[in-house]
Design a protein around this ligand. Structure first.
Ligand SMILES: [Zn+2]
Length: 322
């Protein structure tokens, strides 16, 4: 591996991390730590925006780009010439700065987001290299940085509306691990992408709501976890949920080797780590592959922002060696 470790960092690396979700946030990252606090857009001036929750879906691409540029300009104020990279984390499949898929922000599909933002920033005299990454990869980079694992290969599952699969260091490829096939049952068709048997079609929040039309996911797990008379259908699903994640993890281990897996996201509340470990143990039997590790961590915006910045710095440095 040619990756550089934390010890090789130049003094005071100054980068900016930007995260797109149901809003946009950005922060100045100095030596892999957030300086001050994150700035957000839309600003907290219009209460209507906050009540609406996801104002991003309605925003045309030009407005999203303008909002990103405004935030970066604000964050960079006073540091314009010393910023070494800007990283933007986007929920979707991003290749060479182009958004190829973005199921939760469909207006961005096909957008040459890197070129558009770079043009906007150049107008404000910010010329730092720009890197656009998948948000799950940003999470992986952020966790690698915070947990002192910048010299290892790490993977992260994010259990939310969809299922995110992030890797650090970022590698060329698609890495749509949330859509890996974990069932060959033809009735398994709840994935938002339309594909059958997908991990996200079992574990994704949206998919769980589709499966149990009469119950919310919270109620399903509550009924499955009842000490007396657990609901058989819910209990069966709880096992399917854990078998599915074990299957996705086992497949990743069989392709890429053992190593560290972080588990995060708001639906971690449904996870029974011991049940997951039991199933994983049944699925990975080659002794050389059994040295995998699972660790549950909190999902927070700061980690993603740090990750976007760290991933940008990593890619910028790697490209400068080529
Ligand atoms: Zn899918």
């Amino acid at each position: 591996m040619t990756e550089k470790t934390a010890a090789d960092e130049p003094a005071h690396s100054k980068t900016i991390g930007v995260v797109l979700s149901d809003h946009i946030c950005a922060g100045l990252i100095v030596d892999h730590a957030l300086q001050g606090s994150l700035l957000r857009s839309p600003r907290d001036t219009d209460p209507q925006d906050l009540e609406d929750g996801n104002s991003m879906v309605e925003m045309p691409t030009e407005a999203v780009v303008a909002a990103i540029c405004d935030l970066v300009v604000d964050v960079a104020k006073g540091h314009e010439s010393s910023i070494t990279a800007v990283g933007i984390a986007i929920p979707g499949l991003v290749r060479q700065g182009v958004v190829e898929e973005a199921p939760n922000l469909p207006q961005l599909k096909g957008a040459r987001i890197k070129d558009l933002v770079a043009r906007g920033l150049t107008a404000h005299n910010i010329h730092a290299p720009l890197v656009v990454v998948n948000d799950a990869d940003a999470m992986a980079a952020g966790l690698a940085s915070i947990h002192g694992k910048l010299d290892s290969f790490i993977r992260v599952w994010t259990l939310g509306t969809g299922i995110g699969y992030g890797v650090y260091p970022s590698e060329d490829g698609v890495w749509e691990g949330g859509h890996c096939v974990v069932s060959v049952d033809e009735k398994e068709n709840y994935c938002g992408c339309g594909g059958r048997g997908h991990l996200e079609g079992i574990m994704g929040h949206r998919a769980m709501r589709l499966r149990f039309l009469d119950m919310e996911p919270e109620e399903v797990f509550e009924a499955a976890n009842r000490r007396h008379n657990p609901d058989p259908r819910c209990l069966e699903f709880k096992h399917l949920f854990h078998r599915a994640l074990a299957a996705g993890t086992a497949s990743s281990i069989h392709f890429r080797g053992a190593g560290k897996f972080f588990l995060t996201g708001y639906n971690m509340r449904f996870l029974d780590i011991n049940m997951l470990k039991d199933y994983l143990h049944q699925m990975v039997k080659m002794s050389s592959l059994q040295s995998y590790m699972l660790e549950v961590v909190d999902d927070d915006e700061v980690t993603r922002a740090i990750g976007a910045a760290v991933a940008a710095e990593h890619v910028t440095r790697r490209d400068s060696y080529r």
